[in-house]
Design a protein around this ligand. Structure first.
Ligand code: HEC
Ligand code: HEC
Ligand code: HEC
Ligand code: HEC
Ligand code: HEC
Ligand code: HEC
Ligand code: HEC
Ligand code: HEC
Ligand code: HEC
Ligand code: HEC
Length: 305
């Protein structure tokens, strides 16, 4: 009988070697023959799992080496005495392993990866999730995800799904932007696990023209894009958090603006000075450079040009 403890020791030495070598790209193969034999042992009862592992990213990257024990732990007892979820490392809900223990299986190799560097502080970890809430060792989808990313995130975040279906939305379901363009599900420095130090920095990554510098800045814009916009979706045009002009009026009183104050009954359609009437509700029709302006003198100052 061959020694079934050996592969696990090889794995640990391997992980250690990878960490000291500073990255996972450096692949030090454990005993390929032995791993293949182990997998063959499992195939007699878990044919599908062996096949799906082989076609998974790990299965391919490891070129048949290593195998089941890297994630499912020691196999002796499971093979020799009793076949149950308790005699092997199972990720199942009733497998008796805590989220922390499950994550540790993956982190034994991935803890040095910059992608999971903030896992310990992530909201997903504190909410009781583990790596296997989103990943599996048996998927041929990109990044070993259990299902395509958008579907995966929506499966728990139903509120975000409904926001993304609103009239104006970031093109997430159209596949042009993905959740992970803006968030790191493994955590990070930013608020709400966003992939930037601040919300504005995140937005500038794709909307660089909003960064300026502007001669005339509009203070709420520099402060936080979310003052006026929603991140995922809105029932108002251009992802506005509230309707224009209401949102403008929430900060601007009308004492100095030409024309009578806007109310439901009386917009400045009727009484505004020549050239300023008729546009009514759409402040941005005249104030076209609401994000900041380099226009000349008062036209710039008032974001009209
Ligand atoms: C003789 C049949 C047999 C062999 C051989 C066998 N298993 Fe199992 N395995 C089982 C049974 C039975 C269960 C319990 C299934 C259950 O409770 O739903 C199980 C459970 C598991 C589970 C937990 C399943 C879950 O739902 O989480 C894993 C993981 C597993 N086996 C891996 C392996 C690996 C790896 C090998 C090879 C080293 C192996 N098994 C070899 C029969 C076998
Ligand atoms: C990279 C880690 C990893 C490797 C390597 C791995 N598995 Fe798994 N396996 C998992 C995870 C994670 C799950 C839980 C999947 C889930 O929750 O949907 C799982 C689930 C299973 C299950 C339960 C049935 C299922 O599909 O949910 C069996 C049986 C199993 N693995 C057997 C094996 C066998 C046999 C091998 C070797 C050929 C192997 N695994 C290699 C991570 C791995
Ligand atoms: C909430 C879901 C979720 C959880 C929990 C999660 N991941 Fe991920 N992970 C993802 C998604 C989505 C991607 C793909 C990101 C992308 O494509 O930019 C990913 C990518 C990765 C990558 C590849 C990074 C790259 O860019 O190549 C690794 C490695 C990884 N995850 C490991 C882990 C480990 C280890 C854990 C547990 C400590 C974990 N993940 C927990 C969703 C998750
Ligand atoms: C024995 C070490 C080891 C273990 C255990 C391990 N991985 Fe990996 N993983 C690797 C290696 C090596 C790569 C390839 C890295 C590379 O290409 O740079 C990889 C790649 C990945 C990737 C990137 C896939 C892609 O498409 O780019 C993800 C995601 C990942 N692992 C998640 C996990 C999860 C989740 C677990 C636990 C269920 C896990 N790994 C367990 C060694 C391991
Ligand atoms: C264009 C960037 C962007 C994309 C794409 C994006 N988000 Fe967000 N998300 C944000 C920003 C910014 C916040 C913070 C909003 C705030 O603080 O008002 C946020 C907040 C969240 C929150 C916290 C909500 C709350 O009320 O606390 C969740 C959950 C979330 N996003 C999930 C998702 C999911 C799931 C996807 C993909 C379907 C996704 N996001 C796509 C930028 C984005
Ligand atoms: C298995 C369920 C599950 C999946 C899958 C999942 N999440 Fe979460 N997510 C949670 C829970 C639980 C919380 C914490 C409670 C809350 O804030 O809603 C959370 C919180 C968040 C937050 C808010 C973080 C904060 O600081 O408040 C963001 C952003 C987020 N998830 C994004 C994502 C993205 C992006 C994906 C897909 C890659 C994803 N989630 C997949 C369950 C999940
Ligand atoms: C990963 C890239 C990316 C990031 C980051 C990003 N956006 Fe976008 N944004 C887009 C794309 C793509 C569109 C759609 C453009 C199109 O259809 O022409 C868009 C459209 C918009 C629109 C117009 C929506 C409409 O209905 O026409 C607004 C407003 C917007 N983004 C605001 C923001 C804000 C605020 C942030 C920061 C929270 C942000 N974006 C972050 C890519 C991004
Ligand atoms: C003071 C409110 C306000 C703030 C703050 C604000 N915006 Fe806007 N944004 C608007 C208005 C008003 C529109 C035009 C709406 C319309 O045409 O219906 C708009 C439209 C947009 C558009 C789509 C049209 C275009 O100009 O490309 C993008 C993208 C955008 N904003 C990004 C941002 C970003 C990024 C930030 C943060 C740096 C930001 N906004 C902050 C009010 C604001
Ligand atoms: C969160 C508050 C806030 C919101 C919302 C807001 N603004 Fe402003 N706005 C300011 C502040 C602060 C200034 C700086 C001028 C000042 O000190 O009075 C300013 C300046 C201006 C100016 C130049 C005024 C001057 O006296 O030079 C115009 C024009 C303007 N905003 C139009 C708008 C329009 C149009 C909207 C709606 C799309 C809007 N603002 C939304 C806070 C806001
Ligand atoms: C028909 C064009 C037009 C529309 C519509 C319009 N404005 Fe103006 N607004 C102007 C012009 C032009 C100025 C500059 C007046 C000056 O420099 O003397 C101005 C000035 C301002 C000022 C600076 C203070 C002042 O009285 O000089 C604020 C604040 C302002 N507008 C907010 C708004 C808001 C909020 C809306 C939407 C409810 C709006 N404007 C709609 C043309 C317009």
């Amino acid at each position: 009988m061959r020694n079934r403890l050996l592969p696990k020791i090889v794995v640990s030495a391997w992980s250690l070697a990878m960490i000291t070598m500073g990255g996972l790209g450096q692949f030090l193969a454990p005993d390929v023959t032995q791993a293949a034999e182990i997998a063959a042992d499992c195939a007699s009862c878990h044919e599908q799992s062996v096949a799906s592992f082989k076609s998974s990213y790990h299965g391919k990257a490891w070129k048949g080496a290593n195998g089941c024990q890297a994630c499912h732990g020691q196999t002796n007892q499971h093979l020799d005495t009793e076949q149950s979820k308790k005699t092997i490392f199972s990720f199942a809900k009733d497998g008796g392993r805590s989220a922390k223990e499950r994550a540790a299986q993956c982190l034994s190799c991935h803890s040095s990866s910059k992608h999971v560097a903030f896992w310990e502080t992530s909201k997903h970890k504190s909410a009781g999730l583990s790596c296997d809430s989103c990943h599996t060792g048996h998927s041929n989808l990109s990044k070993n995800l259990k299902m395509p990313q958008t579907e995966l995130c929506f499966s728990c975040h139903r509120d975000i799904r409904s926001e993304s279906n609103r009239q104006s939305h970031h093109p997430i379901k159209e596949g042009k932007v993905s959740c992970s363009d803006c968030h790191d599900p493994h955590g990070g420095f930013g608020t709400k696990m966003i992939k930037a130090d601040s919300i504005n920095e995140l937005c500038y990554n794709c909307h660089a023209e909003k960064r300026g510098p502007f001669m005339y800045e509009h203070p709420p814009v520099e402060e936080n894009c979310m003052t006026c916009h929603s991140a995922h979706g809105s029932n108002h045009n251009k992802l506005m958090a509230q309707k224009v002009p209401n949102i403008c009026q929430s900060c601007h009183d009308w004492s100095r603006h030409p024309g009578t104050p806007y109310t439901q009954a009386n917009s400045f359609v009727s009484s505004a000075p020549a050239g300023r009437g008729g546009v009514a509700r759409s402040c941005q029709n005249c104030h076209t450079t609401i994000h900041g302006s380099n226009g000349p003198n008062t036209l710039g100052l008032r974001y009209v040009k």
